[in-house]
Design a protein around this ligand. Structure first.
Ligand SMILES: Nc1ncnc2c1ncn2[C@@H]1O[C@H](COP(=O)(O)OP(=O)(O)OP(=O)(O)O)[C@@H](O)[C@H]1O
Ligand SMILES: Cc1ncc(CO)c(N)n1
Length: 267
């Protein structure tokens, strides 16, 4: 039996709800062996980001090399990439190792508004990494920055998804967590031909730290098993829905989601 293996290239969240920590917990819950290449160490809790300490480009390069030359990940996810040099490096390595199952979560700011990507790095993300992505998973503000379009209606979302596809991403998912408030939350998937909506009930909660990381990690885990993008998003939506609904409730700010919830029948 081949053990599905996934690599996350992202930042460490000391609070455990987002970043590398959310990715590994999600991979594990979905039966996927997780590996990591860390871009930056952040000091974070539910109240915000207290510090950002990027690693050197050399340190990132060697981590990815170590994994690529021995462990053969079946899918690769990127999260917080912090600066243009790291984006450039990751793009070069993705091409060098012929990694086709690349899931790009274009992380820009934390829930509290602190920057996790330098402004000058946005262009590198668009020109170098986006064309290599099998899937890109922006939230609404990220899709607005990447496309320069204002997104309010479903038609706006569709137009932005088309633009991101034209820029080179094979599949685009515009997440609805930041949508104008309604009873439901819808994520829109575009594969260059068809649109598909993934909709669930909106939970009234402040405990949404790391929802985007967890969702993209679940998509990555399912793709590492050979699932189609549409199948992977279906499972990921159920995973994040359970993780938000069964809230853990700790921390005085935006608390983490519950990575056990999807499999709770096991415990
Ligand atoms: N209140 C909510 N209730 C139910 N589902 C939600 C809620 N908020 C977000 N989601 C879902 O969580 C997933 C992540 O969406 P969201 O737009 O919050 O990502 P994000 O802003 O990148 O998250 P973060 O920056 O905190 O990591 C999507 O599948 C979205 O539909
Ligand atoms: C390290 C890290 N990556 C991503 C996010 C976005 O949720 C975060 N808060 N921290």
């Amino acid at each position: 039996m081949t053990v599905p293996r996934a690599l996350t290239i992202a930042g460490s969240d000391s609070g455990g709800g987002a970043g590398i920590q959310a990715d590994l917990k999600t991979f594990q819950e979905l039966g996927v062996f997780g590996m990591t290449a860390i871009t930056a160490v952040t000091a974070q809790n539910t109240l915000g980001v207290q510090g950002v300490y990027p690693l050197s480009v050399e340190a990132l390069k060697t981590q990815i090399q170590s994994i690529a030359t021995d462990l053969n990940p079946h899918a690769i996810k990127t999260g917080m990439l912090f600066n243009a040099e790291m984006i450039q490096l990751v793009s070069e390595q993705v091409r060098e190792y012929n990694w086709e199952n690349l899931i790009v979560d274009p992380v820009m700011v934390a829930k509290g508004g602190q920057s996790l990507l330098l402004e000058e790095a946005v262009e590198a993300l668009i020109t170098s990494l986006l064309p290599l992505a099998k899937v890109i998973t922006p939230n609404i503000p990220e899709a607005e920055v990447l496309t320069g379009m204002k997104i309010v209606t479903l038609d706006h979302k569709k137009a932005a998804a088309k633009k991101l596809h034209q820029l080179g991403a094979q599949h685009v998912i515009i997440k609805g967590g930041h949508d104008i408030l309604g009873d439901t939350v819808s994520d829109l998937l575009y594969d260059g031909q068809y649109f598909e909506e993934f909709t669930g009930p909106r939970k009234e909660t402040k405990h949404t730290h790391g929802t985007g990381c967890t969702y993209a990690a679940a998509i990555t885990a399912e793709i590492s098993k050979g699932r189609s993008v549409s199948e992977a998003v279906t499972t990921a939506k159920s995973f994040i829905q359970a993780a938000i609904e069964e809230e853990l409730g700790f921390g005085s700010g935006h608390g983490p989601t519950n990575h056990w919830a999807f499999n709770k029948t096991r415990f």
